[in-house]
Design a protein around this ligand. Structure first.
Ligand SMILES: NC(=O)c1ccc[n+]([C@@H]2O[C@H](COP(=O)([O-])OP(=O)(O)OC[C@H]3O[C@@H](n4cnc5c(N)ncnc54)[C@H](O)[C@@H]3O)[C@@H](O)[C@H]2O)c1
Length: 281
């Protein structure tokens, strides 16, 4: 049987990735490009998206970037349309854009209406908007891979959030549970069109998102007051993960590349934890 080298895994495929200007989305975009895909990078921060596209091009790949707010369906559609007109098609769609809560999250103990509005609007409705923009094209081609970035925080709760630290993380957890259920239901809808829909559930990564979670833990826990956000993160990793180490954007990108590849042709409707074993369901 012929074997394919990793740099050929996604050769000829075109991918779109939301929220890819930094953090996990950037890592996913770079891994997909390193596996041979053309990657159209978007973020609400258009400059950040452009700089990731430049990184891909500097490494010899093909890319394109746009400023896209996933809460605005028109902005997603014009990005998808411009990607198709430049590269002819889209094979892979990664809905990654997400927020932990509304601005000021790190200092607050309890959620407010803006936390619900933003986590629902971006993490759930934004993910739905992204699929809505791309599925007509994939259905027409009877081919496509959709990968949603959820979180192991959307699984059954394991003492997170800690009641002693208020309820600030609840809107996020609810939004990520919704992202997993959305993945299951969309997979049922799109299977007949040969479109696979899966989720990746990252564990804990040192991105600006987890930095604000660590700062929130410190603000609400007097015993942590002398520690840096990074030290709080490191303790959390040691205590929660059988493998004892944090995940990286590249780890998440590798799982996405697998689900986007023909090796995963029979996998749909699944949510894959990439979390060092922290939560096992
Ligand atoms: N960091 C973690 O430990 C962790 C764990 C589990 C899941 N996740 C999920 O992974 C995804 C990426 O997280 P991250 O840690 O890289 O976060 P991050 O905050 O570092 O990056 C998020 C990116 O999304 C962009 N974004 C925010 N709102 C947007 C909008 N309305 N439209 C388009 N782009 C928007 C931001 O500009 C930013 O570039 C999120 O869905 C997050 O919930 C992260």
């Amino acid at each position: 049987m012929a074997s394919t080298s990793m740099s050929e895994q996604l050769r000829g495929d075109v991918a779109v990735v939301t929220g890819a200007g930094r953090g996990i989305g950037r890592g996913i975009a770079l891994v997909l490009a390193s596996r041979g895909a053309t990657v159209s990078v978007s973020d609400i921060d258009g400059d950040a998206a452009a700089s990731v596209a430049s990184e891909i091009e500097a490494a010899g790949g093909r890319s394109h970037s746009a400023a896209v707010d996933v809460t605005d369906p028109a902005s997603i559609s014009s990005w998808v349309d411009s990607t198709i007109s430049e590269f002819d098609k889209v094979d892979i769609c990664v809905a990654n854009a997400g927020v932990i809560g509304a601005p000021g999250f790190a200092e607050r103990r309890d959620y407010g209406p803006d936390d619900w509005r933003m986590t629902w609007g971006i993490n759930v409705q934004g993910m739905v908007n992204t699929a809505d923009a791309i599925t007509p094209h994939m259905m027409e081609r009877r081919h496509g891979k959709i990968i949603n970035i959820a979180s192991h925080g959307g699984r059954a709760p394991r003492g997170v959030p800690d009641p002693g630290r208020g309820n600030i993380q609840i809107p996020y957890g609810v939004s990520k549970a919704a992202a997993i259920q959305w993945t299951h239901l969309l997979a049922i809808q799109l299977g007949q069109y040969n479109i696979n829909v899966n989720a990746v559930c990252p564990g804990r990564l040192w991105t600006p998102m987890w930095e604000s979670i660590a700062l929130n833990h410190r603000a609400l826990t007097p015993e942590l007051s002398d520690l840096s956000a990074r030290e709080i993160f490191d303790i959390n990793i040691r205590q929660s993960m059988p493998l004892g180490r944090e995940q990286t954007p590249e780890d998440i990108g590798k799982a996405v590349a697998f689900l986007a590849s023909e090796d995963a042709a029979q996998i749909t409707g699944q949510a894959l934890n990439v979390n060092g074993g922290a939560i096992m369901n």
